[in-house]
Design a protein around this ligand. Structure first.
Ligand code: AMP
Length: 116
């Protein structure tokens, strides 16, 4: 699927469209994926608009560390004791469809490797 022109995740941050929010603070928002690919599938996003992983700069070091630590907390809260997978799709060829960097936190089932 081609990358969407509009940033739907900004609308979720701005509470213009609903989402099942799992966690929120000043730096990030986490919400359940609308098309879950696993029993637990949460997206963790920086509130700062970063279009894609390749756009990261030194200024983003703290927020990127932060979203990983929130992933650890959410994995514990959501019962992913057996393990979980974190994914960031960067650009269309990797499967990115929303132009706002997001960390997929998925778990609750066995997963194959390599991914498709
Ligand atoms: P990616 O393909 O890596 O860009 O991931 C985008 C993810 O956003 C997909 O897994 C979608 O199911 C998810 N998604 C798109 N729109 C929404 C929405 N309104 N609420 C929750 N998740 C969404």
């Amino acid at each position: 699927m081609a990358m969407m022109a509009t940033n739907i995740f900004q609308k979720i941050i701005d509470k213009q469209i609903p989402a099942k929010i799992a966690y929120e603070d000043d730096l990030c928002l986490a919400f359940h994926d609308i098309n879950a690919q696993a029993p637990v599938h949460v997206l963790i996003i920086p509130k700062k608009v970063i279009r894609t992983h390749a756009d990261l700069t030194d200024a983003d070091e703290a927020v990127m560390g932060h979203i990983h630590l929130i992933a650890v907390k959410l994995a514990k809260q959501l019962g992913l004791d057996a393990g979980y997978r974190l994914v960031i799709n960067c650009e269309e060829q990797a499967g990115q469809t929303v132009p706002h960097l997001h960390l997929h936190l998925m778990g609750g089932r066995a997963m194959g490797w390599p991914p498709g």
